[in-house]
Ligand binder design. Sequence first.
Ligand code: FE2
Length: 512
Amino acid sequence: MSTRRDFLAQLSAFGLALSGIPRFPILVRPRFVADPFSLGIASGDPTADGVVLWSRLAPDPLNGGGMGADAINVRWEIATDEAMKSIVKRGTTVARPDLGHSIHVEVDGLRPSAWYWYRFDVGGDASPVGRTRTAPAANATPDRYRFAFASCQHYEAGLFTAYEHLAAEDVELVAHLGDYTYESATNPEAQNVIRRHQAWEPVTLEQYRNRYALYKSDRMLQAAHAAFPWMVTWDDHEVENNYVSEFPQDSTEKPGFLVRRAAAYQAYYEHQPLRKASIPKGPDMLLYRTLNAGRLARFHVLDTRQYRSNQACGDGIKPPCPEWSDPNRVVLGDTQERWLTRGVEQSQSRWNVLAQQISFSRIPNPNQPTFHPMDPWSGYPAARDRLLAWMAGRQDKNMVVLTGDIHSSFVMNVTRDALQPESQTIATEFIGTSISSGGDGSDRWAQLANYETTVPNMKWHSARRGYVRCELTPDRWTTDYRIVPYIRRPGAPVETVATFAVQRGRPGAERA
Ligand SMILES: [Fe+2]
């Protein structure tokens, strides 16, 4: 921003007190030495009549953004055509320095189930045009609704080729189930990386912003954001590997960890198309929420990190210690658990989708049958049993669990007793693989070489990269696993390698 000085004289003239937030001078006509929209644009959390439009002004993205301390006036407009000729709404918003000059515009008054195009303009610099879509009308049951979900996009591990293909899909929404960024510092000795993180692990707000900027600079990720509204939730790596609540991975870091968490949460808000309800308050941020696709589907977007009891038995994968079965240990926390059960019970939708992070079903290792991973739901048997008991009595709600985290695809029948895979199937879980984490991957995990005969409720598994596409109709749910064979070099094609269906009223997946 070479012209910042030029505008200092104007600042007081444009001062504006925003309700309940600090007062900033506002620049109306800034000029930039580089593209202020280097991080792309996005939209998210569609309702039947509105959507959130997002960007963040960052002409110097990897060095704090390059925006200085001034607030900036940004114009936005939304149209019914890609050429932006038929504008249906426009307005201005303020990109505030204390929120990293991020832009979150909550547009309303739009038509349901409709495509829209949008862009921003700041001082004559126009953003790219993005496309978005509103949700179906509240009382409508569409014949068909398609969405996709993805997770786990380690920047160093591979290219985001999957997003290049996802951007061309015929879907109305993309759900991201966490690990949008990874916090590790690059290891200069590591040979297996195809591109590099910065040399530090983020701890401060500016470092987290710079890490998001690195990820957001990826053109394939930008293309997928520009093509559809997204519905995001986080996992651990947006803050730190395997943190939960106020507990960092390494407990010696505990004093001060909530300060780090506050920085990470704020950077997450700043870089995602979220509503005002998610503006962080210190180390707390409300991320669990409901989105509806008419009466066809209700998405219960969960936060399995912020309110959870610490991992038992020192974390890891091991036989249980007494702490493991402590009935007081929680995953969602009481408030979120009550919100979820009430939200499902009140739902009039054909499908109730639990969009979350960590494996809900037990993924056993037949070579180590007494071992349990302590980080996913398997580490919280009492909390999982409580939900399973409730789900067993609510099978009319057609619950489908969507999961990320483990960098592999699994189709699981959710059984009444998680440790008894031949017990009654009461729901269905689709675990999506990573976009890039884990590199090219493999056909299957070595310990699951014979899963077809050793794990009765595991219907399918693959350890390749990609994303998942789902098509919902009132009576049938169809899931396509869209897989790319490699990501460590560009140009991989995408292929549907498995398709599974769930019939309404009949939990469990069948190959389709
Ligand atoms: Fe991950």
